[in-house]
Design a protein around this ligand. Structure first.
Ligand code: SF4
Ligand code: SF4
Ligand code: SF4
Length: 307
C-alpha cells in the first residue's frame, strides 16, 4: 500500500466556511481520509502551533491556507505553512483575494476597531482591549504578496465538488485541471443582448426565471467571475455576487471587468447610475477589493501612513 500524503491545514482570519465545505464532501471522506496523513489542522485535530513549527522544512507534501493574514499571528502561520509545505494551496477567496474581510480596507483600522469594540450596538461602555489583542496590520494585503502559492482554489467557499476534484488529483499526483469559463457559461438564462432600462435592487419586481438577470436590471457579475461553482446561484434565482473571483488569469481586476460589462448594458446617465448603484465597491469588488487596482492604491496609502 502506498504511503498516505502528508497534509497541513491552517486557518488565518476567516469564517471557517472553506474547511466546512471540505468536510461537506461527506461520504467521500471515507475514501480521502485513509489516503492522507494530517500533520496539522488546529480546529479539528489536537495539534499546537509548536507541532507545525517543529516539522522539518518542506516535509509536508500539501498545505491549505484558509483566510487572509491580518494579524501578526496570521502572518507567522502563513509564512510557516510556506516553509513546511511543498505545495501550498491558497484555499478560498479570503486567501486568494482578501475576500469579505478585505472589505475592511474601505475603512481605516481605527474605524474598524471603533465599530467592533466601542460603538457596537451589542456592547455597553466598550473599549478597545489592550491585552491579548495581536498586532493588526493597517490594511488587508493579498496573501500572495506575503508568500508564493502553487495553487489558487477560490470560492466563498470553494464547492465541495471542486475541493474533492482538486484533492483527488493531488493525491493521485496529477495536475489540477480547472475549466476557465465564467459563470455565464453555466447559466441557463437566455441573453437577448438588450440594454438595461432600469436598475433594480434584488428585492424589486419579480425576475423572469428564463432571462439573463443583468438584462432585466439586476446587477449580476457572472460575466466577470470564474464559473467553478457551475452557476449555482444564477440557476437558482439569485444574481452572481462574484464569490469565485475573476477567471484565469486570476490577477485580472474582476470589478473593472464587471463594470465594463455593466456599462455596455446600461446606457444610463451617470447621475442615474450614481443614485441607483448605491454601493459600487461592494457590488463589483465584494470579494476581490485588496487585489484590485483601486484596492492597491488604498493599501499603498494606508501603509505609507505607518512608515
Ligand atoms: S472564503 Fe468565504 S467561506 Fe472561506 S473563509 Fe473566507 S468568508 Fe469564509
Ligand atoms: S450576467 Fe448573470 S444572469 Fe446573465 S447570463 Fe451571465 S450569469 Fe446569467
Ligand atoms: S454564482 Fe457567483 S456568487 Fe454564486 S456561487 Fe457562483 S461565483 Fe459565487
Amino acid at each position: 500500500m502506498t504511503e498516505p500524503t502528508s497534509i497541513a491545514m491552517a486557518q488565518g482570519s476567516s469564517c471557517w466556511g472553506c474547511f466546512q465545505s471540505l468536510i461537506d464532501i461527506h461520504l467521500n471522506l471515507a475514501t480521502v481520509l485513509p489516503l492522507i496523513d494530517i500533520k496539522y489542522w488546529q480546529c479539528v485535530a489536537d495539534f499546537k502551533l509548536k507541532d507545525l513549527e517543529g516539522y522539518p522544512d518542506k516535509s509536508i507534501t500539501v498545505g491549505l491556507y484558509e483566510g487572509m493574514a491580518r494579524t501578526e499571528e496570521d502572518i507567522h502561520l502563513l509564512k510557516l505553512m510556506r516553509e513546511k509545505c511543498k505545495i501550498l494551496i491558497s484555499f478560498g477567496s479570503c486567501s486568494c483575494f482578501g475576500g469579505i474581510p478585505g472589505l475592511a480596507n474601505f475603512s481605516t483600522l481605527e474605524e474598524c476597531l471603533e465599530v467592533k469594540f466601542r460603538n457596537n450596538k451589542t456592547v455597553k461602555d466598550g473599549e478597545v482591549p489592550t491585552e491579548n489583542l495581536p498586532t493588526i496590520a493597517p490594511v488587508v494585503v493579498p496573501n500572495s504578496t506575503i508568500v508564493d502559492f502553487e495553487i489558487f482554489l477560490p470560492g466563498c467557499p470553494p464547492t465541495s465538488k471542486l475541493i474533492l476534484t482538486a484533492l483527488t488529483a493531488l493525491l493521485e499526483g496529477k495536475p489540477i485541471e480547472l475549466p476557465p469559463h465564467t459563470v455565464c457559461h453555466y447559466c441557463d438564462r437566455e441573453k437577448k443582448e438588450t440594454p438595461i432600462e432600469k436598475i433594480l435592487r434584488p428585492y424589486e419586481g419579480i425576475a423572469d426565471p428564463d432571462r439573463c438577470l443583468l438584462e432585466q436590471g439586476y446587477i449580476c457579475v457572472g460575466s466577470a467571475t470564474w464559473g467553478l461553482c457551475e452557476g449555482q446561484c444564477v440557476n437558482h434565482g439569485a444574481t452572481c455576487r462574484g464569490c469565485f473571483g475573476p477567471p484565469p488569469p486570476i490577477t485580472n481586476d474582476q470589478g473593472a471587468a464587471a463594470i465594463s460589462m455593466f456599462g455596455s448594458y446600461a446606457p444610463l446617465e451617470s447621475e442615474v447610475l450614481a443614485e441607483t448603484v448605491l454601493d459600487p465597491l461592494g457590488c463589483f469588488w465584494r470579494f476581490t477589493y485588496p487585489t484590485s487596482h483601486l484596492g492597491a492604491i488604498r493599501i499603498k496609502r494606508e501603509e505609507a501612513k505607518t512608515k
